[in-house]
Design a protein around this ligand. Sequence first.
Ligand SMILES: [Ca+2]
Ligand SMILES: [Ca+2]
Ligand SMILES: [Ca+2]
Ligand SMILES: [Ca+2]
Length: 271
Amino acid sequence: MKTPITTAKLFAVLIPALLMAICSASQAGVSVEVYSQNFESGLLGTQWSGDATIQSPYGLSVFGFGNWHLKSDSPSACILTLPGLPPHSSMTLSFTLALWDSVDAHQNDLFQVKVDGIFVINEVFGNYVLTNQGQSVGPGVPITPPFTAYYEPDYGYINFRDSARAVSVTLSHSASTAAISFQYPAMQPPPDEAFGIDNIVVTIVCELPADLTGDCFVDMEDFAVFASEWLRDDCIAPEWCGGADFDGSGNVWFDDLKELSTKWLTGVSNL
Ligand SMILES: [Ca+2]
Ligand SMILES: [Ca+2]
Ligand SMILES: [Ca+2]
Ligand SMILES: [Ca+2]
């Protein structure tokens, strides 16, 4: 039989444990944003590497591109690296894609996105299909009007047709670091064709049991919930005493306290 513990004793044990803790956090299954970027600062950010620069989206501004977007004028990849991700099971990547000028939508005009080296998008894209009919072929859905003539609508750079698309892809992902690359490997030399990226949002499904409040971060709010469940011995599935019985042992005890302390101050706020 367990010896009852007073609040004073609980804090005497808990506070040192919390101070020793290190790691990362959130309630299982909570969708949280871990990165968003519209480049309106005019800066690429330290998360980016490879070949891309901040450039004007010109006429695409009115389609949500604002004053600046990331533009690639190179067949090499531009890469977004997100380290320190909390435990998670899936990831959703959303962005707007600008198709600049005579991207032809022929067989080798592939737009590619890889996450940790694995293709999540690898498909034909462009403003001109083989018959010069249709417009804005590629991933996602078009957000610009259909073409009206061979060179129209032209939103900027050289006077070929341009278009933009809204893209979203969800994938299984659990690594603590994500390397997301964007590439048009068969790009013809500038200024003939290029692509741009904007309004990037990356969300994950956070799997951090020690986060009892569902914000993917473990802090005093979670401790308050945990303390309110302390010493309960009637924990059953699926509720498990407000989630505080982390190990499913049926009670809220020191093994659960250890789980909370090792995840203390971890989660999305550390990104
Ligand atoms: Ca922008
Ligand atoms: Ca153009
Ligand atoms: Ca929390
Ligand atoms: Ca337990």
